[in-house]
Design a protein around this ligand. Sequence first.
Ligand code: C5P
Length: 239
Amino acid sequence: MDTTPAGDIRDKLIIGLDVPSVDEARRIVGRIGDAATFYKIGYQLAYAGGFDLARDLIADGKKVFLDLKLHDIGNTVEEGVRSVARLGATLLTVHAYPQTMRAAVAGKAGSPLKILAVTVLTSYDEQDLLEAGYAPGTKPADLVARRAGQARDLGVDGIVCAAPEAERVRAVVGPDRLIVTPGIRPAGADAGDQKRVVTPAEGIRLGADHLVVARPIVKAADPRAAAEAIVNDIAQAAA
Ligand code: C5P
């Protein structure tokens, strides 16, 4: 059962459990305690026992974002999403192809699960799109806007995008869809392989509803303090 009070500011922070084992993830979640309410499980942990962890987190009243970036034939996506909805996850990603998004929206019907569309992977530039068979001159930013519009029209609940894209995506999807943004670094933190980072406060000001933060918390000497500092930053920006 979810015990998080409605409108809890902690819900704005989604901690990416990007660690290799469920044991390590459980240790981190235990240390963070009630400083956070929302966790993301991606490929690395999902394929290493992460679904059992997801069930346990949900049973403990936490929210879970399954970052599975689904994409398959419609029937397979729809049934897969139905299983994720039964598990009790709060957020699930799919790639923003119209057939896939339509199937995902059908699969979550009647459940509180929200579908997020990944428009264009941020590791893709114009050359990658050309190599993948897109028309010469196709720009990632234009494809992001086009797919965000399709996601909105098909009833998808939100979009994952980098903070610098959030304003443009918001203009396309309107106020009612979720914008979820990775690439967040507290002031002074190591950017790692993220190229365009913003602080938590900037992410909120740019229009993100939720921020995804992994390394600055899961690799911190004190993950609880790191999470608390980010929630405070969010609270100040949201005030
Ligand atoms: O460690 P860090 O805070 O950079 O992790 C960000 C999380 O967000 C990772 O789980 C990463 O896979 C995810 N993500 C991202 N950039 C995207 C999409 C997802 O960093 N464009």
